[in-house]
Structures are given as C-alpha cells and as structure tokens.
Design a protein around this ligand. Sequence first.
Ligand code: CA2
Length: 148
Amino acid sequence: MERTVVVLNGPNLNLLGEREPEVYGRETLADVEALCAKAAAESGLRLDFRQSNHEGVLIDAVHEVRTSAVGIVVNAGALTHTSVALRDALATCTAPVVEVHISNVHAREEFRHHSYLSAVSDAVIVGCGTRGYAFAIARVAELAEAAR
Ligand code: CA2
C-alpha cells in the first residue's frame, strides 16, 4: 500500500446527508469521499476510504493497514465514546492517526465529550464540518513527510 491515507468511518455515517442536517450538514458520505480524494491527491497520496457499522470490521481494517498506510484518519462515530478495542487497535499503528468529528462533540451531550481514541491519536479535529476530513488528510501528509 504505497503512500496511502486510509479514512475509516464508523457506524451510521453511511446515513450522512439523510437526517440531522442541522448537526452534520447536507453532504452525503459519497460527497465526503470525493472531498477526501481531492485532499489526498493534493497531498500526493492515494486514498483508501471505508465505512462500516461493525466494530470488528473497523478493527480488522486497522490491522490490515496498521503498518502500511502513511496515516489513518478516523471518524469512528459513536464507537469513539465506547470502544476500548478500537483504541487498542489504533494504538498499534506505526503511522499517524488523526481523529475527526464533523460536529463539535464538546458542545453536545456529555456522553460525547469523552473519546477513547484521542489519547492514541496524533491530532483531533472537531466541529469543522466535513472539511475536517480534508484538514486531517493534510496533517497526515505533513506528518508523513516529516517522518520520511
Ligand atoms: O460529529 C461526528 O462526526 C460524530 O462522530 C458523528 C457520530 C456521533 O455519534 C459522534 O458523537 C460524533 C454519529 C454519526 C451518525 O451520523 C448520522 C448522520 C445522519 C443521520 C444520522 C446519523
């Protein structure tokens, strides 16, 4: 997997654009993939974009790319606030991990304020809408370049 940034999306993000536009905006996950493809191309990276509603599938994806990707951008959805297992998987990554949330989780319900993933991430981007994914990819590219 040569110079590939992997973008992982967790549960319910396949519904983006269909409900709660006041929280998540009107873009669909396909729009987010297109935005990520543009951001990756601008940084000279290949994009591997995935979504799953299943914790184990996301963990298997991390295992698959943990030593080969130049970086992982992860919006784990609600698993952010519950999954020690996904955190443990991300902690094994040799490349940078950037956590992204479309909404400002800190301005929402208390249960969204804690992330199991932040402590094993190199950066966290919240509340920038779907542009946060592009910022995250740019940061992965910077960190990957600095490590070269
Ligand atoms: O703000 C984010 O990106 C979140 O990761 C989104 C998750 C939420 O559980 C996190 O606390 C914050 C929810 C993703 C579900 O997205 C939906 C989109 C449209 C309709 C329903 C859910």
